[in-house]
Structures are given as structure tokens and as C-alpha cells.
Design a protein around this ligand. Structure first.
Ligand code: EPU
Length: 416
């Protein structure tokens, strides 16, 4: 199994290009199931999760091939309506095929994703909404089976803000008869990006990016060619890396508007950040000051940046309170960071992080995608050689991470 070795203590300097967003690419690739034909997606990141969604599409009978940063999908022949356990267990986002398959094929059988390291992650709100749209839903043998001759528009309220839940129901509702309202909808940029793609395909969606999305059903859609938006979590991760190593880094091809909460927290922590169109410049020369952070749905501070921000706070001057409000078990990285010398105490969903003067390298184990990123960041500043194991988590969501860091001057390498 691969490992990543990092010799800490180098300041990052230079320019890094931000890749396309994993969490935008996944639902957008799936949206190709809604209309027969050929699609070309560009700026698609080369990631394990993208590979998994391509496999899932191929398993359904579609053709999905990558050429550089482009993915061509042909959904002319859909032969199966089943997403099997073996594919879904690799990636929870596979549940996104449920809505579009019922909308186009009148039925779908998708393995229930189950929990994951960061929490139980139920899909009850996806299922409740689909039932409100008129689907008959049966749960048996670990699968959800949904059928509907024709979905009908409905007024749907989400008890909890859910990103893939909003995306799934938006894709189900575009071909439904009549109007659907999604209330307390997720406002993440990835939801907006999906709505824009669907509208380009001929859908009629209004209000994406606000808490109420209105979808007027249409009778058919057509294939499109679109580009994937930049990854805001990769952007945030590189901004923190620059700050952490007292570096000077320019991030290009990113979307500064999507990382507002992160920029605000970093500025309060004493990091100098300037923004110009699709570029962010981070100057981390000043002392890092502790600031409190609470994760929230967008436009709040993202849960997907919590672990990385905690690393920065672990060497800041002062004490920071970090509250995780989205997932119940998203402090798994804390044990590993403490082994590297961080001073962190957890009480319920809150971590108290007392800044220390430095971290010390250790062999550590990655437990989920963003926790893995936090261990890489810790390795960049720790004294000595950090060995990050189980890096397959990292490969799910960060394109060429060790190459990008080493081009910025980090001493980082992957060993087989
Ligand atoms: N929830 C329910 N019922 C549901 C759906 C969600 O109770 O039916 C709860 C969840 O348990 C959680 C909260 O609602 O407590 C929010 O979960 P959400 O559904 O928004 O998460 P998700 O859609 O499964 C996406 C991202 C995650 C990201 C979260 C939160 C994708 C493919 N995944 O997950 O990304 O953390 O939104 O922003 O878009 C990652 O990239 O590392 C990652 C985990």
C-alpha cells in the first residue's frame, strides 16, 4: 500500500493550479443519465471517486471514458437499473444515481450506502423526497428499490440541509410533471453548478444557491458539454498550507467567491490574502493567531475544511474552539495530531485547540479524505519525517497532491 513521506519545515513558495471540484464532478457526471446522448465534461479532476462514478455509469450500460481532463459519456444504451453494493460501498455519492434513474427509467435499485468513518450519514431525506414525488420505495436486502411511472411535482421540505439530497431530488424533479419546491435546500456552489448544467440541458430550475429551489418539470432534456467548477476544498487546503508553512503561494484557476468563509477566518488568524479574479495570493509571513471556527452549511465554514484548519490552529498563538455541527464523528484526525504533539481536548462536538510552538513528525494513519489532508499539512510543518499511511483516502479527492506540494518546494514523496 502507498505511503506519503514528508520532511517538514520548508516554506511553500510559488504557484499552484486548482483542479476541478470532486463534489461538482460527481453529480454532474451522473446527470448524464437524464437524457440519451453524448456528453463531454472538461476540467474533470483525475481522482479515485471520479473513477468510481465512471465505473458505475459503465455498469449501467453507459460509456464513460477519460482523455486528459475530459470525460466523454454516452448514455445511449442504459441496460441496467441497478447500482450494486460493490460499487456503492466504495463511494457513498453513488446514491446520486437514484433520482435520475427513476426519472428516466421509471425504476432504480441502489445499494444502501451505510455509514462511514465520519458519521452514520442516513439517506432518509433523499427517500422521503422521492416518495413525495410519487415514487414507490421498498427497502430490502440492503437495497433501495424505487419505482414510478411518472414522477409528479411536490412541495418538499428538508429537515436538515443536505447537499447530495438536494442534488438527487433536483435531478428527479426536472422530468417530473408539474412544479417541485425544495425548501431548506443546500446552497453549496456544487448545487448551483449542477442546476446550471441541468438548465443548459433544457431544465427549468430557479433559485439554486438560495434556500428555496423551484423546478418546473419539462418533458425532455438534451446532452451538453460543460466545464467543472474549481474545487473550493482543494483551494482552502492550499491556502492553509501556505499559511502554515509561512509561505508565499499564488493559487490560480480558483473561485475566490466560493471560499469566503475560509478567507475570512485566515485573515482573522493574521494571514495576508489578496484576491484578483480567479487568483488568490496567500502571504503567511506573520504570526498565526487563534480564531474560533464552527462548521456550517454553505456559505458557513465548511466541514470539509475543519480538519485542515485545526492543524493551523494547533500551532497558532492562543486557544481556538472548533465546533463540528455537520457530522457526529469528524474528529478522527485529533488522535493522530496529538501524537504529533498537538494539544487538543475534545468535549462532544467541540475541540479546544491550544497552540503549541511546533509539531513533531510521526508515523500516522489516514482515516478519511479530509483527515488525510490534515495529516499531510501537519507533516509539512512537523520537525522530522512524517509517514502518512492509508493514502488511498487522499487519492479519492486530491488530484496529484504530492506533485503539487513538491512543486511548491515541499519535501514530499510517495513510496509504494
Ligand atoms: N443527513 C440526514 N439525512 C439525509 C441526508 C443527510 O440526516 O437524508 C444529515 C447527514 O447525516 C449530515 C448532514 O445531514 O449530518 C449533512 O449531510 P449531507 O447530506 O449534506 O452530506 P452529503 O451530501 O452526503 C456532501 C459532500 C461531503 C460534505 C457534505 C457536507 C458530496 C459528494 N459529498 O455529502 O463531502 O462533507 O456534503 O458539506 O458532495 C468530502 O468531500 O470529503 C465529503 C465528505
Amino acid at each position: 500500500m502507498d505511503k506519503i513521506l514528508i520532511e517538514g519545515g520548508r516554506s511553500l513558495k510559488g504557484q499552484v493550479r486548482i483542479s476541478g471540484a470532486k463534489n461538482a464532478a460527481l453529480p454532474i457526471l451522473v446527470s448524464s443519465l437524464l437524457a440519451e446522448g453524448s456528453y463531454t465534461y472538461s476540467n474533470v479532476p483525475d481522482l479515485k471517486d471520479v473513477e468510481s462514478i465512471k465505473q458505475l455509469l459503465s455498469n449501467l450500460g453507459a460509456r464513460a471514458e477519460a482523455h486528459g481532463d475530459k470525460v466523454h459519456v454516452d448514455t445511449g444504451r442504459i441496460l441496467s437499473y441497478e447500482a450494486p453494493y460493490d460499487l456503492v460501498r466504495k463511494m457513498r455519492a453513488s446514491i446520486l444515481v437514484l433520482g435520475p434513474m427513476v426519472a428516466r427509467l421509471q425504476k432504480a435499485r441502489v445499494s444502501l450506502p451505510g455509514g462511514c468513518a465520519i458519521g452514520a450519514r442516513p439517506i432518509n431525506l433523499h427517500l422521503k423526497g422521492l416518495a413525495q414525488l410519487g415514487a414507490n420505495i421498498i427497502l430490502e436486502h440492503g437495497y433501495v428499490q424505487a419505482e414510478a411511472k411518472k414522477l409528479k411535482g411536490a412541495d418538499i421540505y428538508f429537515d436538515t440541509v443536505t447537499v447530495t439530497g438536494t442534488e438527487n431530488l433536483m435531478m428527479a424533479a426536472v422530468l417530473a410533471e408539474g412544479t417541485t419546491l425544495l425548501r431548506n435546500a443546500a446552497r453549496e456552489p456544487e448545487v448551483v453548478a449542477l442546476a446550471e448544467v441541468l438548465n443548459k440541458m433544457g431544465a427549468d430550475i430557479q433559485g439554486a444557491g438560495t434556500t428555496v429551489i423551484t423546478i418546473n418539470g419539462v418533458t425532455s432534456l438534451k446532452p451538453v458539454s460543460v466545464s467543472i467548477i474549481p474545487d473550493r476544498i482543494e483551494t482552502g487546503t492550499f491556502m492553509i498550507a501556505a499559511a502554515l508553512t509561512h509561505g508565499d503561494v499564488t493559487l490560480v484557476d480558483c473561485e475566490p467567491d466560493h471560499v469566503g468563509a475560509c478567507i475570512d477566518k485566515l485573515r482573522r488568524a493574521g494571514v495576508r490574502i489578496s484576491v484578483h479574479e480567479k487568483t488568490i495570493h496567500v502571504d503567511g509571513n506573520d504570526e498565526i493567531i487563534s480564531v474560533d471556527v464552527k462548521t456550517q452549511p454553505y456559505p458557513g465554514f465548511p466541514t470539509d475544511m475543519q480538519a485542515q484548519f485545526m492543524v493551523l490552529m494547533s500551532i497558532a498563538n492562543g486557544t481556538s474552539i472548533i465546533s463540528e455541527t455537520i457530522f457526529e464523528n469528524r474528529f478522527i484526525h485529533v488522535g493522530e495530531l496529538k501524537r504529533m504533539g498537538a494539544d487538543i481536548k475534545i468535549s462532544g462536538n467541540t475541540a479546544m485547540v491550544k497552540g503549541v510552538s511546533g509539531l513533531s513528525a510521526a508515523p500516522v494513519m489516514a482515516s478519511d479524505l479530509r483527515a488525510s489532508a490534515s495529516l499531510i499539512l501537519a507533516g509539512l510543518v512537523a520537525e522530522g519525517q512524517t509517514e502518512v499511511n492509508r493514502v488511498y483516502h487522499l487519492d479519492r479527492g486530491y488530484e496529484a497532491i504530492e506533485k503539487k506540494f513538491s512543486e511548491l518546494g515541499a519535501a514530499i514523496k510517495r513510496v509504494k
